[in-house]
Ligand binder design. Structure first.
Ligand code: AKG
Ligand code: FE2
Length: 196
């Protein structure tokens, strides 16, 4: 495990490897079969646009969440998601009541730069990000001038934990990367005030 202190504040814990090869290889098809992935529409500057990836939200009953203007009601935990949650909680040393699962079908799918700073996550959220399948470039950069840019290759069962004040000072995203294969990313989160 590598700990990366961020210059503007916050820190990352990077576990690479994290899942064993066989755990990672078994999880990808299990999630594809269990998770009801959809291409979501979001409203951005008054226009409806399709997100350039598939996603699904799972969590404890009552853990509802607003993401990019979408109000999401969680799907229930599936066997594969519950097993991965237990694995991630043991490593992160905290508990999570929900997970956003993203499926990047190929290198044309992407996630724009953002911070996971929604109020329902609380002041300094711990976000545990598990990546399966093809590695993709994950870019973390300061919101304002000053501080470093960090690029990691997330995939193949590795785990990145973002903690402390990271979401206050940094944005992150997954740019398009031509030629890459399918990847999944699971961000385990704790939604506050949901009774979970
Ligand atoms: O796919 C990734 O590595 C990033 C996902 C992410 O930032 C999110 O779900 O908020
Ligand atoms: Fe994020």
């Amino acid at each position: 495990m590598t700990r990366i202190e961020l210059q503007r504040g916050g820190f990352l814990l990077f576990h690479d490897p994290f899942l064993t090869r066989s755990e990672a290889d078994a999880s990808f098809p299990a999630l594809l079969a269990e998770v009801p992935f959809q291409q979501q529409t979001i409203r951005l500057f008054g226009k409806s646009i399709l997100q350039p990836r598939l996603s699904a939200w799972h969590g404890d009953a009552g853990a509802s969440y607003t993401y990019s203007g979408l109000s999401l009601t969680p799907n229930p935990w599936t066997p594969a998601l519950s097993a991965l949650r237990a694995r991630v909680e043991a490593a992160a040393g905290c508990t999570f009541n929900s997970v956003l699962v993203n499926h990047y079908r190929d290198g044309d799918d992407s996630m724009g730069k953002h911070a996971d700073d929604e109020p329902e996550l609380g002041e300094n959220p711990v976000i545990a990000s598990l990546s399966l399948g093809a590695r993709r470039r994950f870019v973390l950069e300061p919101k304002h001038k000053g501080g470093e840019k960090v690029t990691l290759e997330l995939g193949e069962g590795n785990l990145l934990v973002m903690a402390g004040t990271t979401q206050h000072h940094y944005r992150h995203g997954v740019p398009k990367q031509a030629g890459r294969g399918a990847r999944m990313n699971l961000t385990f989160r704790r939604i506050l005030g949901s009774g979970g």
